[in-house]
Design a protein. Structure first.
Length: 303
């Protein structure tokens, strides 16, 4: 695998702070996003490298492994385990005796050491190599709230591979799901790692979501609030007609059961929709309307 200098990809120094890395990533991600570069065939590759560099350097543990093992950082744990195993097999008197033998700079190539540890050193290792699970991968999928309302399919790219998944209705912002076996390949016939997907859900609607419930403030005329009447209201899946009782106070809340957001992996179950009536005062009154309001004020003062 070709060595990629993640620091160079993000344009930061090796002693860059977490904040430096975050700022550099955001700037480059906006600049090289494929949607903003539809005629650039290299945009997708560049964007993937930027995301990969950010994923590694923004994670202190991954960054430490990368700084020590370079392109083979994903196998750092397996290497350490193998080294300890070989030292135990050889015993103190046969050990390597010098940890500098395993020192590594990320401009070099650790793969030779790694292959030696897992089969090129003779003895029991060449006859029965230890199996290790592959590296877990992590990905981020962005959805609009209107998309999260329905079960649908999403296709995205992880390490150059297109993966198609079904996203259940009701997925929440920040929710993480695991897809078993879609991570890195195992070592010596070990199982593949897993893929962890974190969802970012952005609100593209006029509703506020809290769990499975939806909330919305709906304006209503002063006349309708005082005299009563019908009001047509948009829900997330269509329109409903509601009746206002005469003399409905401003801020009155109405609950529509089952008109909220779908419950994750619970088909047919939904949260509730809460409406708050916001009584709108009339503006640009005519002289006649002002006269009528004055009459009402005079009548009220007599009570």
């Amino acid at each position: 695998m070709e060595y990629i200098d993640y620091y160079k990809v993000l344009g930061v120094e090796k002693n860059a702070t977490a904040d430096d890395i975050k700022k550099a990533y955001r700037k480059l991600a906006r600049k090289h996003h494929p949607d903003l570069n539809p005629n650039d065939p290299e945009a997708v590759k560049t964007f993937q490298q930027i995301n990969e560099a950010h994923e590694v350097l923004s994670d202190p543990e991954k960054r430490k492994k990368y700084d020590q093992y370079g392109k083979d950082w994903k196998h750092a744990d397996q290497f350490e385990q193998a080294r300890q195993q070989r030292q135990q097999e050889r015993g103190p008197q046969q050990g390597y005796g010098n940890d500098e033998y395993f020192s590594y700079s990320n401009e070099g190539d650790f793969s030779d050491f790694f292959s030696q540890m897992f089969g090129g050193m003779g003895g029991r290792s060449s006859q029965g190599n230890v199996k290790y699970k592959g590296q877990d991968y992590r990905a981020e999928v962005k959805l609009n709230l209107s998309e999260a309302y329905k079960t649908h399919q999403q296709t995205f790219t992880v390490n150059g591979k297109n993966i198609r998944i079904t996203v259940p209705a009701g997925i929440e912002n920040g929710q993480e799901i695991k897809i078993k076996g879609y991570g890195g390949a195992g070592v010596n016939g070990g199982p593949a790692g897993d893929l962890f997907i974190t969802f970012q859900v952005f609100n593209d609607t006029s509703f506020t979501r809290k769990g499975n419930d939806l909330y919305r403030e709906v304006p209503v005329s002063l006349y309708k609030a005082v005299l009563g009447g019908e009001e047509t209201v948009e829900t997330i899946d269509g329109k409903v007609k509601l009746t206002l009782q005469p003399q409905t106070p401003n801020g009155t809340k109405v609950r529509l059961k089952g008109k909220g957001f779908p419950v994750y992996k619970s088909e047919g179950n939904f949260g509730d929709f809460y409406i708050t009536w916001q009584v709108a005062l009339p503006t640009h009154l005519t002289e006649k309307e002002k006269e009528l309001f004055q009459q009402l004020a005079d009548e009220a003062s007599k009570k």
